[in-house]
Design a protein around this ligand. Sequence first.
Ligand SMILES: [Fe+2]
Length: 310
Amino acid sequence: MTATETNAAPLPHPTFSPGPRALERTPAAWTAEPYTRFTVQPMSPTIGAVIDGVSMADDLDDEMFGQLDQALLEWKVLFFRGQDVTGDQHRDFAARWGALESHPFIGLRDDQPAGKPEVVRFEKGPDLGGYENTWHSDVSWRANPSLGSILRAVEVPAVGGDTLWADMGAAYDGLPDHVKERIDGLVAVHDWITTFGLAMDAATRDGLRPDFPAVEHPVVRTHPETGRRTLYVNQAFTQHIVGLPADESLELLEYLYAQAAVPEYQCRHHWQPGDVAFWDNRATQHYASSDYFPSRRVMERITVIGDRPF
Ligand SMILES: [Fe+2]
């Protein structure tokens, strides 16, 4: 079937699928070394694990880095408790995974030195409610979106403010075969204009446009390290599927977006100060529950730049 035909089979209900779900944590060819430097406490069958025995303030030797990197690929979201780190320590830990990103639209940590604009600060409270309560993969509107994000809780509400993550490899696996065939080879446009852009005046938007054009990514990307097929459209930044009529693109995207909301693909974390989550943006989407207004919730994030999706 070509991308422009409109007589596609009706989509099934996006999330109504009673009965057991086949959930694979890793690709079939996955081989793993045992974890000897820390303990791994799974939070769900496929996604999320609490790591005990790692201090982000310490230098990561090669063995520790290798085991953490394997754990990130296997569990997609790693949680570390009680990490009291400086901005520099946070940055040094993240930099083991690659070049760090400067976010053009989010404010910085107060003590961030000039020239090192990598620690972005999310500060929500009576003056500003949380707005990350939409499923997304960080900065998918960039040509080279994020490999991973490392988020540290500074101040959290007593109740609420949880973050949820969804395993988009498991979500892809769970699609009916005819949907997999239909989306195979499709490409979607991603853009920041309908999220961050809405909060800007037109002159600011126009000024940023040349540096941050809309980009195209495959609807199903291949994870560059695990080789796993992963659903890579999200309701925050994906605009439309290239070559489809608008109504068909919207219907298909809404069906695909809804997969992130399936509980069997998810894990959920309730934050304590000093908690750190490190997630693989190539394999997951996340959603910050905005249920704590007007309480304060302050988080600091560093994002590692990733590959161009293929
Ligand atoms: Fe995010």
